[in-house]
Write a protein that binds this ligand. Structure first.
Ligand SMILES: [Zn+2]
Length: 103
């Protein structure tokens, strides 16, 4: 994913609408690219600000901490996805072994 695509996906990321493949590429890019991380921070701050204005006017949330939490949550989603994939492969291997034993 290049800078242009990453920045086009910022809105989707903030709204939790990226699929796993895109999320992986997105997180990988923003971790390496200061420019896109800045863009993300700006958008996230604006978006959170608007959300808060709609809900609670003086909750005093630290946006930066929140963004870090969101990035971590994205990484967690990826980890869980990999784990599920790994489990599927494991079940498949056990299945093949069972067939091999019974044949
Ligand atoms: Zn970039």
């Amino acid at each position: 994913m290049d800078c242009k695509e990453t920045q086009a996906n910022i809105e989707l990321f903030v709204k939790d609408k990226l699929d796993v493949k895109k999320l992986k590429e997105f997180l990988y890019h923003v971790e390496q690219c200061e420019e896109c991380m800045d863009e993300l921070e700006v958008y996230f701050t604006l978006y959170s600000g608007m959300q808060i204005l709609e809900k609670d006017k003086d909750s005093g949330i630290d946006y930066r901490v929140d963004l870090k939490r969101k990035l971590r949550k994205g990484e967690e989603t990826l980890r869980n996805f990999r784990l599920k994939k790994f489990r599927k492969i494991l079940i498949f291997i056990v299945f093949i072994l069972l067939i091999a034993i019974f044949l």
